[in-house]
Design a protein around this ligand. Structure first.
Ligand code: 5GP
Length: 194
């Protein structure tokens, strides 16, 4: 008798401008979806005060990042505001093979690469209700300098335009009320995975 292979899991990609509320949505999805896991990215961005290495990110050097990239160990990668970010490939593939739901928060350049490499992934772009809301949310974070916040805000228009024109995102969600946004992603996941 052979052991049945578990049903392949689902890969959920969440993208959107900084301050749109992606992280809150992801955290809530992880809490509510049994058998779900967070894809821990590697980054060369300096660690913010409250961040713990290995939780949201593995903080690595540029040399380590280059080694991973050259070895083909990244599913996707991108440069955002001068720092490198990437998704280690193996943990994602192994979790999908075990039938788990993998949730990753990556930028639009990474989303485009995942769309090509994992065509059956579920790609969601999170929009702020208004640009004013985005600005206010960024300002309220107190984790970055005003100059960095301005840079992140300046990126937003381009990211939104790219997401809309590229065709790489199948779903757009306006994140006004967190609960509604989370329910919308859960609905999409049910629709896609049956
Ligand atoms: P932050 O510095 O705010 O944590 O992230 C900055 C941007 O990088 C966000 O848009 C975030 O979604 C994106 N990002 C985080 N991890 C990855 C990754 O592994 N790959 C890519 N392409 N983008 C990432």
């Amino acid at each position: 008798m052979t052991t049945a292979e578990p049903k392949r899991g689902a890969l959920v990609v969440i993208s959107g401008p900084s301050g749109a509320g992606k992280t809150s949505i992801c955290n809530e999805l992880l809490r509510r979806i049994p058998n779900s896991r967070w894809s821990v990215s590697v980054t060369t961005r300096p660690r913010r005060g409250t961040e713990v290495d290995g939780q949201a990110y593995h903080f690595i050097t540029v040399a380590e990042f280059e080694r991973l990239r050259a070895a083909g160990e990244l599913l996707e990668w991108a440069e955002y505001l001068g720092n490198l970010y990437g998704t280690p490939r193996r943990p994602v593939e192994e979790a999908l093979a075990r039938g788990e739901v993998v949730i990753m928060e990556i930028d639009v350049q990474g989303g485009a690469q995942v769309a090509r490499r994992v065509p059956d992934s579920i790609r969601v772009f999170v929009l702020p209700p208004t640009m004013e809301t985005l600005k206010a949310r960024l300002a309220g974070r107190h984790t970055e300098s005003a100059a960095l916040q301005a840079k992140r805000l300046a990126e937003a228009d381009g990211e939104i335009a790219f997401a809309r024109s590229s065709g790489h995102y199948q779903y757009f969600i306006t994140n006004d009320i967190l609960e509604d946004s989370v329910n919308e992603v859960l609905r999409i996941l049910r629709e896609r995975t049956g």
